[in-house]
Design a protein around this ligand. Structure first.
Ligand code: FAD
Length: 445
C-alpha cells in the first residue's frame, strides 16, 4: 500500500529550490502539500494586516500552480502540532518533510512534532532552505556566535559556497482524492471593511512567477546602479525582493547564485548577509522583538507615551517631510525604502522618544516583508540597543538626510506633497532630550 509523503510548507511558498519537496518526490510515493495557518500556538506571532494580504495571494498563486502540475495544496488552520499530526493520520503519511525555520517558538513546535511523529514510526526530515548558512554553523574562533556584522559576514564568505539551487518539479504525483482543505477565502486574510489594500494591489503581484520575473529584471537592469543609488529612495535601484525572500517565493540560494552570475556587486550580496545576520542574532536571542539585546537599555527612561505623537508618526503627519513621505509610502504600498526606514525609525525613537517596540509593532502590521528577525533586529539597530547597532548618539537628522538622498525632493513630492508643514517637535531640542536620557543608560553600563 502506498504511504504518501507530506510536505509541510511554511516560509517557503515556492516550487523551485525546495529541498523538502524534492525529498518527497525522490521518495517515489504520492505527495501531499500542506500549509497551516497557525495563530494559536503559544509564542507564534500572528501576522500583521499587510502580511496577511501577501500570504493570501501567495498561497492562491501556489495553489494554482500545484494544481496545474497534478498535485494539491491542502490548507488547514489551527495549532500546527495538532493539525500536522491530524493530516498525517488522515492520509496515512509514511514521511513528513519540511524546510527549517529559526524562530524560537517555531523551533519548539518543529522539534516536538519531529519526536512525536518518529515515535509513531513516521519518517521525518528537515532541510536547509531559507538561509545560506545555518545559524549554528557560523562561529567565532572561540566557538561562540557573532555579535558584529563584518566578522560574521567575513566568516560566512570563508565557508563553502552556498549549494546550487534545485530545479522546480515538472509534474507532481498528487493524492486521489486530495486531502480535505479549507477554502482560502474562508480564512479572512483579506480585509473587507474597509478594504485598504488598493495600494498593495497596485504595487505588488505576490507569488513565485512574479518573484522570478522581478529577480530577472533587477539583475538585468538595476544591478549596475545598485551601489551608487541604493540609498536614494526615488531611484528605484534596489531589488524589492524582501517580501519574496520573507515568504520564500525565492530562496536565498537562487538569489545568491543568479546574482553572482549576473556580476551582482559585493554590496548587494552583503545585504543578503544582513538578512542572514538578523536571523543569526534572532536564533541566539529569540525574544528579540520584545527585549533589548543590550540589557543596559532596560534602564532607558522612556517618557510617558504621547498617543498623538505616535499617531502623527503612523499617519505621516509629523510635519517632517522625509518622515511623512516614508510613513505614507508604507501605508500605501506595504513597503518603505531602507534609508527612509532608518530615518523614520530614528525619528520615532530619538525625536519623539517613543519606545522602539511601538514602532516595530507598527511596521509588523503594515510591511508586506514584515519578518520575525529583520524587523526587530533593524529596530534595535536604529535604537542603539541591538547587535552591532548604530551608537545611540547617532541621531539621523531627517532634513539633512533628505538633502543628501532626495536632493530634488522627488521622493518627498511623490508621497508627502499634501502633508502638514508645521513640525510637531523641534528637531534640535528633542535630539538634546534624547541624548540626556541616554546618559542614564551610559551610567548603568
Ligand atoms: P535590497 O537593497 O535590494 O537588498 C536585498 C535583500 O537583502 C533584501 O530584499 C533583504 O532581504 C536583505 N536586506 C537588505 N537590507 C537588510 C537589512 N538591513 N536587514 C536585513 N535584511 C536586509 N527587511 C525585511 O526583509 N523585513 C523587515 O521586516 C524589515 N524591517 C526593517 C525595519 C527597519 C526599522 C529597518 C531600518 C529596516 C528593515 N528591513 C526589513 C531591512 C531593509 O529595509 C529591507 O530589507 C529593504 O529595504 C528591502 O528592500 P530591497 O529588497 O529592495 O533591498
Amino acid at each position: 500500500m502506498a504511504s504518501p509523503s507530506l510536505v509541510w510548507l511554511r516560509d517557503d511558498l515556492r516550487l523551485a529550490d525546495n529541498p523538502a519537496l524534492r525529498a518527497a518526490m525522490d521518495r517515489g510515493e504520492p505527495v501531499a502539500l500542506l500549509y497551516v495557518l497557525d495563530e494559536e500556538s503559544p509564542g507564534i506571532r500572528p501576522h500583521g494586516g499587510a502580511a496577511r494580504w501577501w500570504l493570501h495571494h501567495s498561497l492562491a498563486s501556489l495553489r494554482e500552480r500545484v494544481k496545474e502540475l497534478g498535485g494539491s495544496l491542502t490548507l488547514r488552520r489551527g495549532p500546527a502540532e495538532r493539525v500536522v499530526s491530524q493530516t498525517v493520520a488522515d492520509i496515512g503519511a509514511g514521511a513528513v518533510y519540511w524546510n527549517r525555520r529559526y524562530g524560537g517558538a517555531e523551533r519548539d513546535i518543529d522539534a516536538g512534532l519531529k519526536s512525536s511523529l518518529r515515535e509513531e514510526g513516521v519518517e521525518v526530515a528537515s532541510f536547509q532552505a531559507s538561509l545560506l548558512h545555518e545559524p549554528w554553523t557560523v562561529t567565532t574562533g572561540s566557538g561562540t556566535h557573532f555579535s558584529v556584522f563584518t566578522p560574521f559576514w567575513r566568516a560566512c564568505l570563508a565557508l563553502p559556497t552556498p549549494r546550487a539551487p534545485l530545479p522546480a518539479p515538472r509534474a507532481l504525483d498528487g493524492l486521489t482524492p486530495p486531502p480535505s482543505s479549507d477554502e482560502l477565502d474562508d480564512w479572512g486574510l483579506l480585509p473587507t471593511r474597509p478594504d485598504w489594500t488598493g495600494g498593495l494591489r497596485e504595487t505588488w503581484e505576490p507569488g513565485e512567477p512574479a518573484a522570478r520575473a522581478r529577480l530577472r529584471t533587477f539583475l538585468q537592469d538595476d544591478v549596475p546602479a545598485y551601489d551608487r543609488a541604493r540609498d536614494e529612495p526615488s531611484a528605484g535601484a534596489t531589488s524589492l525582493l524582501s517580501p519574496r525572500l520573507r515568504w520564500g517565493e525565492l530562496s536565498p540560494f537562487t538569489v545568491w547564485h543568479e546574482a553572482v552570475e549576473a556580476h551582482g556587486t559585493a554590496g548587494f550580496l552583503s545585504e543578503l548577509g544582513w538578512r542572514e545576520f538578523a536571523w543569526h542574532t534572532t536564533f541566539h536571542a529569540p525574544d528579540i522583538a520584545t527585549k533589548n539585546l543590550r540589557r543596559q537599555y532596560d534602564a532607558f527612561p522612556w517618557p510617558r507615551l504621547s498617543p498623538s505623537h505616535l499617531e502623527a508618526w503612523q499617519r505621516g503627519s509629523t510635519g517632517i517631510p522625509l518622515v511623512d513621505a516614508g510613513m505614507r509610502e508604507l501605508w500605501h504600498t506595504g513597503f518603505m525604502h531602507n534609508r527612509v526606514r532608518m530615518v523614520t525609525a530614528s525619528f520615532l525613537v530619538k525625536n519623539l522618544l517613543i519606545d522602539w517596540r511601538r514602532g516595530e509593532e507598527w511596521f509588523w502590521d503594515t510591511l508586506v516583508d514584515a519578518d520575525g528577525a529583520s524587523n526587530p533586529f533593524n529596530w534595535q539597530w536604529v535604537a542603539g540597543s541591538g547587535a552591532d547597532a548604530a551608537p545611540y548618539f547617532r541621531v539621523f537628522n531627517p532634513e539633512l538626510q533628505a538633502k543628501k538622498f532626495d536632493p530634488q525632493s522627488l521622493y518627498i513630492s511623490q508621497w508627502a506633497a499634501d502633508a502638514p508643514t508645521e513640525p510637531i517637535v523641534d528637531l534640535a531640542a528633542t535630539r538634546k532630550a534624547a541624548l540626556a536620557a541616554y546618559e542614564v543608560v551610559k551610567r548603568t553600563a
